[in-house]
Design a protein around this ligand. Structure first.
Ligand code: AMP
Ligand code: MG
Length: 475
């Protein structure tokens, strides 16, 4: 029961320079589009969705909440922006769960002092996308914010066209971003950085509280979590699209879904964000941008460390990233040992996927069938040659082909959130029909398990003209 849940709301106990306490703007006639029962169960709040919607829409008061809009800054496309903040979101409260704090954040909640020129709203389209992607990432085992519920409204919201407003209730370990630290540093707000650091250590790294280098441990953990998060993105072909420092969680959870996309045919230069004309956030740039973002965070922490300490920690990013990435690819290929030649083998596969425009997800998924079946698969000459060296490499490991196959199927998803599938669910949701969201959410929460013939439609590549499209940033 939601009423019985313990709330701690530690962020609301920070000084008022960190936020504006305020309520939010409810919709007149909200309609529920999807309720995430799995997430609700894990939080112990699998209540009547309609009643919960009344609370999150703001029709019914809830005393344990401590709603506020956070202030932060950020580097957007490389440029420093002095003040951003929750322009259309409200931190409703922070649950004190047995797994630590869980933030409940309402996105699309109306204007705040940080809305700048925006209307404070989110539309059905972008909310469906964020709601589903949180589940897709969770299913894939990638740290991410999630969404407890999605509701729409008839409130007109102007984007390229007139759309309708929606809200999601987002859960995340934290909503503290790199840009929070940057805001206090760049605006020279006395003690802001240190106060926030102590808060973060209290809330998320309590075991290091007595440690003399607790601040450095925090920074190191952040660099590591960020590197690991991006290695997960690369391994499933996920392009975030807006890796501004205000969209980077300090706990390495994927966050703020905008014009993201799961790549269809393999293209390292894929840019999912239509407004990213220089490709700063292209698929292959993601690791170096994540590292760049860690540098931006380091600059904000400069008063607390020596430059050498920061540089030494930053220099670990590459190892954190590549160690994690190669481990993921070895599993995707069914290897249990590590061999130097694995790098070349993987690069060889990428080259073929790129020139032959192969579907990234399905190519990996099919490999386990190819190695474990006696059927003849129609393969290009290059792929057949590659397969010979691959099988040769597989034979050097002690595990059987059957064991490799299991490992591969556990690490190569069958179902990803392809844009055309999301789009089809959005078009229905805009007409008030939510069955597709429901079905997609189910499939995506279990992406490594073959759900059989009836779900085969969810692993088909997009029609050619809809492959690797760019998406509008408007949301
Ligand atoms: P994003 O690109 O979604 O991460 O947003 C960047 C900044 O713009 C954040 O401070 C958001 O809160 C703010 N923002 C985005 N959309 C809106 C909107 N419709 N109304 C008000 N603020 C917004
Ligand atoms: Mg954002």
């Amino acid at each position: 029961m939601f009423e019985n849940i313990k709330f701690a709301n530690p962020f609301s106990n920070l000084p008022s320079t960190f936020y504006t306490k305020q309520s939010w703007s409810s919709f007149d006639q909200p309609f529920l589009l999807h309720f995430n029962h799995d997430l609700a169960k894990s939080l112990g709040i699998d209540d009547d969705p309609e009643e919960l919607m009344q609370i999150f829409n703001g029709n019914k008061s809830f005393e344990k909440a401590s709603p506020l809009a956070m202030v932060y800054g950020g580097h957007q496309f490389g440029n420093w922006v002095n003040q951003l903040g929750d322009g259309r979101g409200i931190l409703f409260g922070q649950i004190d769960s047995s797994d630590g704090l869980i933030d409940l954040h309402i996105k699309g909640a109306g204007k705040t002092p940080y809305s700048r020129f925006g209307d404070g709203r989110a539309v059905i389209r972008s909310s469906v996308r964020e709601h589903l992607c949180g589940e897709a990432m969770f299913g894939l085992g990638i740290p991410s914010s999630r969404s407890l519920m999605l509701f729409g409204s008839n409130e007109p919201v102007m984007r390229e066209d007139t759309e309708r407003g929606a809200m999601i209730v987002r859960t995340a370990k934290t909503h503290i971003r790199f840009g929070h630290f940057e805001y206090f540093h760049h605006n020279k707000i006395t003690d802001g950085v240190k106060t926030l650091l102590d808060h973060v250590i209290d809330c998320y790294y309590p075991d290091t509280k007595q440690d003399s280098d607790k601040y450095l441990l925090f920074f190191d953990a952040t660099v590591k979590k960020t590197a690991h998060m991006v290695s997960s993105w690369q391994s499933v072909g996920f392009n975030h699209g807006v890796m501004n420092t205000d969209n980077m969680s300090i706990l390495g959870e994927t966050f703020d879904y905008g014009p993201y996309a799961f790549m269809e045919t393999y293209d390292p230069n894929y840019i999912c964000n239509h407004t990213d004309s220089h490709g700063r956030y292209s698929f292959s740039n993601q690791p170096s941008i994540a590292e760049w973002n860690c540098y931006a965070l380091a600059s904000a922490l400069i008063d607390l460390f020596s430059e050498t300490e920061l540089r030494d920690t930053l220099s670990k990013f590459n190892d954190y990233f590549y160690d994690s990435l190669i481990e993921k690819y070895r599993k995707k290929l069914g290897f249990i040992s590590a061999q130097e030649s694995d790098y070349d083998l993987i690069l060889g596969l990428f080259e073929i996927m790129e020139t032959e425009k192969l579907d990234y997800t399905n190519t990996f998924r099919e490999l386990s069938k190819i190695i474990s079946s006696s059927d003849n698969f129609k393969l290009s000459e290059k792929l057949s040659i590659w397969l010979t060296s691959y099988k040769d490499r597989l034979s050097k490991d002690k595990n059987s082909i059957e064991e490799s196959k299991i490992l591969m199927d556990e690490n190569n998803p069958k179902y990803i959130l392809r844009n055309y599938l999301a789009q089809s669910a959005i078009e229905d949701a805009e007409q008030g029909r939510a069955e597709k969201i429901d079905e997609l959410a189910k499939v995506l929460s279990n992406p490594y398990v073959d759900l059989g013939e009836s779900m085969e439609k969810y692993c088909q590549p997009a029609p050619k003209e809809q492959q690797n499209q760019q998406l509008s940033c408007s949301s």
